[in-house]
Design a protein around this ligand. Structure first.
Ligand code: MN3
Length: 234
């Protein structure tokens, strides 16, 4: 074999092995990753305690990410964005449903929390929309809290928006959410914010006192981010 041919073959062999999906996988090019928290674990004290935040992020959320990456390998969902996966799931895709939901819900949840509330209630367009739909911010808080208290078992309470419907509240079980468009028939629904009502989110500090956890939630909401979510949904 001439040196040039050998080099060409060597190049082709290397190029081919670089393009193999297994290599992409090993290189984690397509893998979902656990997003860093935008604040330290202790930042939401005394409302959300440090140990719960640590376990919630590094164990629960990390596990959803790991299981999601495993579950989509070799399926049609492998190359989709998280939003596309959620939109295209059916109720047969149980493992992907649980873990894609878990990854999406927690990624959203960390972002809508903050240790530094610039305001203790919504401002701008969101404030106006809440007034129109619920009567006042106080009435909205009451309605959201009641919705969260009424959720049986583990799940999430959401504030969502549809053009024709305006703002509305919804509970979903497990790690479901309203971006699961085929499952919930919600092609026009946009999620504004939500509360994790799994016991793993509050049991260490609040035990069975879910109402106290819901009350604490109002002290750590990032209304600037929630307002942005609303305005980008319009
Ligand atoms: Mn959780």
């Amino acid at each position: 074999m001439q040196r040039r041919t050998f080099l060409q073959n060597a190049f082709l062999f290397t190029a081919a092995s670089l393009l193999k999906p297994e290599w992409l996988w090993a290189g984690r090019v397509q893998a979902f990753e656990l997003p860093a928290l935008p604040y330290p674990y202790e930042a939401l004290e005394p409302y959300f305690d440090t140990q719960t935040m640590q376990i919630h992020h590094t164990k629960h959320h990390a596990t959803y990410v790991k299981n999601l990456n495993e579950a989509i390998t070799g399926t049609k969902f492998e190359k989709m964005s998280l939003e596309e996966i959620l939109a295209n799931l059916t109720d047969k895709d149980t493992k992907i449903r649980n873990n894609a939901g878990g990854h999406y819900n927690h990624s959203l949840f960390w972002k809508i929390l903050t240790p530094k509330q610039n305001s203790s209630e919504p401002t701008g367009k969101l404030a106006e929309a809440i007034r129109i739909q619920f009567g006042s911010f106080e009435k909205f808080k009451e309605a959201f809290s009641e919705k969260a208290k009424s959720l049986f078992g583990s799940g999430w309470t959401w504030l969502a928006y549809e053009k024709k419907r305006g703002l509305f509240l919804e509970n979903t079980p497990n790690q479901d959410n309203l971006q699961m468009k085929k499952i919930y028939k919600t092609s026009l629904t946009k999620t504004i914010f939500g509360l994790d009502v799994w016991e793993h989110a509050y049991y260490l500090k609040y035990q069975n006192r879910r109402a106290d956890y819901i009350q604490a939630f109002w002290s750590v909401i990032n209304w600037d981010q929630v307002s942005l979510n609303y305005e980008s949904a319009l």
